[in-house]
Design a protein. Sequence first.
Length: 295
Amino acid sequence: MSYLEKYSYSPDQEAMGRALEMIAANLENAASEQVYKDCFSMMDLTTLKTNDTPATVSQLVEKVNVFQDSYPEWPLPASVCIYPNFVDTVRKVRRKDFNITAVSACFPSSQSFLEVKLKECEMAVEAGADEIDIVLALNAFLAGDYETAAEEIRQVRRCVDTVAQKQGREVHLKVILETGLLRTPEAIAEASFLAMEAGADFIKTSTGKIDVNATPAAAYVMCECIAKYHAATGRKIGFKPAGGISSAADALCYYSIVSAVLGKEWLDKKLFRFGVSRVANSLISAVEQKTVSFF
């Protein structure tokens, strides 16, 4: 039995298209200072560059540390997202209350030995990561080997939990589907249900490292799957669009999709995140009504 059959879900592309058209037409009415600030509070402020160094990562963290000195009415971002080797760097520089997110398990391709992926996740949690973002094993999933793809997530889940429990804390696991490579709404839905069943706390659209990243259509399907899974299990799974989100309007679009499909209870950083490297300044600029280049 496919996941679509199990959860009685079939993507209705016509209905989805109409809903997305309505959301796009209503973005101006949905915009407000509070919504922009809410979006800011749900950001995983991200730097995943080949030329990241301890100094550049520290500079980003320091900007978060002092942000409210300049903008006292603003919340902090939910987390800073970095490569796993910089977790300790962020932990040592962090002076404010935000999480450390580490992309792990051989991000962004997820092409390596499972033992290597698990060791990287283990080391990231040991170093102090609060959240681990991994990529679905597309080498298995795209070959139709769903069980291998699911088992990899289950093993990462066990690894992360084991290390976190030794430290007396919990670590969240986000699974990136890389929706731009899945091609069809049905494949995105299958991957969504697979990841949720295997232990993901969040499902995430994209790595930001391929040609097609987050899209409203993919987000809509994923949110519908989250709703179906919640109805069947009672478990609330978070949603994270990432990749190509660069403007306040982009953020507002995904905020509106989550609101429409999942409801206001999902509009919280515990259940909704943006993976962003550029949108922070756009959100501040939209509220301050001037160009801001803080980050």
